[in-house]
Design a protein around this ligand. Structure first.
Ligand code: GUN
Ligand code: FE
Length: 420
């Protein structure tokens, strides 16, 4: 493939402490991989056309590590409910409609467009329990150039009659869907996706652990999100005092597992997550909306747990990962206060790291412009933010882009080395 050369103000976070800024520079990729950032265009590229974005910001693509595609339909509703009631009132009735493929097509197209418009280049996505609609979602994401792990979800107990599988059907449908989709797409792959422990019987969790191992697939679910959810799990598995041990018992915690939330980890559970190499998807907007709680992100980072950010549509109402970065900082300040200033709050570069490289590592070498990383990039023209860019440092420009989170400024997107 021809080299791709982007010119602009290039910013990324190879480490989470500081922004690495390269004003008036060239970002070059060959064979879809970054070869470097250069102040002068190297001689050997002199005849390659340059995509010149002037003084616009060139940033790594954003990674949404936990999002429910069908819930895009009702984002912004039910924000005054707690998780379990919110699932009954909104999530389950809406998801049931995805049995209808023509309905699914309308909303999955809109969902994928919203992700692209907001600069998300990679995502880990819940579909519904319906395999055909989930396969359609995968087709749409591939067509619109969004890199993704997508799940046909599993729910065979404690679910409404109209949205519930038998254990046998749940596992058989999942197996067939994996076989049908695992090699079908370039950017999109299946992930084993138990909805959460309350809606999955023991035999389904056991079967899913085996499927993940047999097909070497990633796993995606929710962990220790809400006190109501956790009390159901404690009743069902009295031998364990945390969700992590239950998932681990079924072989569902691996270095290619992403678990959303982790608001109430026990110390042992946090160490287990770290030990297994699981990635936590931190979804600050959702945690507030469904009144789930405030996760101890600083403690996770200090222990070396891998953390990325998620929108958790429709627990969160915004698909913007810039907003998730902003709200991660905000929520960490509440945690700082709650911990009597022991858990220091997140810095802006830290939150940017979580939304790019922190999540990106789940997809391979993604989320940074270091040499050898896949070229995932977005171009942000921040002139509309109305302070002359030359009066702000590059770091300040990025800070405003994050907090003001205006998708209209995202003018271009590159995914896995190609303009999308
Ligand atoms: N736990 C189980 N299902 C869901 C869901 O749809 N959203 C959230 N936030 N948590 C869940
Ligand atoms: Fe969720």
């Amino acid at each position: 493939m021809n080299p791709v050369i982007l010119h602009g103000t290039i910013v990324h976070t190879p480490t989470k402490e500081v922004f690495d800024c390269h004003p008036d520079s060239y970002l070059i990729s060959e064979d879809c991989k970054v070869t470097g950032i250069f102040q002068e265009l190297p001689e050997k590229y002199k005849n390659v056309p340059v995509l010149d974005y002037g003084n616009s910001l060139i940033l790594p693509g954003l990674c949404d590590m936990h999002v429910h595609a069908p819930q895009f339909v009702y984002r912004g509703l039910g924000i005054d409910l707690q998780l379990m009631e919110w699932l009954d009132r909104y999530a389950f009735p809406t998801e049931a409609r995805f049995a209808d493929l023509s309905y699914a097509r309308i909303y999955y197209e809109a969902f994928a467009d919203a992700l692209a418009k907001n600069g998300t280049t990679r995502a880990v996505i819940f579909g519904t329990l319906h395999a055909p609609a989930t396969e359609l979602l995968m087709e749409i994401l591939e067509k619109k150039k969004i890199g993704a792990y997508v799940g046909k979800i599993n729910m065979d107990t404690l679910s409404p009659d109209y949205l519930c599988e038998t254990p046998k059907q749940s596992l058989a449908d999942t197996r067939k869907w994996i076989e049908d989709t695992k090699d079908r797409f370039h950017l999109v792959k299946p992930a084993v996706t138990p909805r959460f422990i309350p809606t999955c019987s023991t035999s389904v969790l056991e079967g899913l652990g085996k499927l993940a191992q047999e097909f070497d697939l990633p796993v995606h679910s929710h962990i220790s999100e809400d006190l109501g959810e956790m009390s159901i799990v404690r009743d069902r598995y009295p031998q364990y005092d945390n969700d992590g041990d239950v998932y681990d018992h079924f072989g569902l915690l691996t270095s290619h597992t992403v678990m959303a939330h982790f608001i109430y980890p026990t110390r042992h559970e946090m160490e287990l997550i770290k030990e297994r190499g699981v990635t936590i998807a931190h979804c600050p907007q959702s945690n507030g909306n469904v009144a789930a709680g405030i996760p101890p992100i600083r403690q996770m980072l200090d222990l070396g747990v891998k953390v990325g950010l998620g929108s958790d549509i429709a627990g969160g109402y915004s698909v913007s990962i810039f907003r998730a970065m902003s709200e991660a900082v905000y929520l960490s300040k509440l945690q700082w206060l709650r911990s009597e200033k022991k858990d220091s709050f997140l810095s802006v570069p830290e939150s940017f790291y979580l939304g790019t490289k922190g999540g990106g590592q789940f997809f391979g070498k993604v989320g940074s412009f270091e040499t050898g990383y896949e070229l995932d990039a977005i171009v942000v023209d921040d002139r509309s933010l109305c302070v002359p860019a030359d009066r702000l440092s590059t770091e300040e420009r990025v800070e405003r882009v994050i907090h003001l989170a205006d998708d209209r400024n995202i003018i271009s997107r590159f995914v896995a080395g190609e303009q999308a």
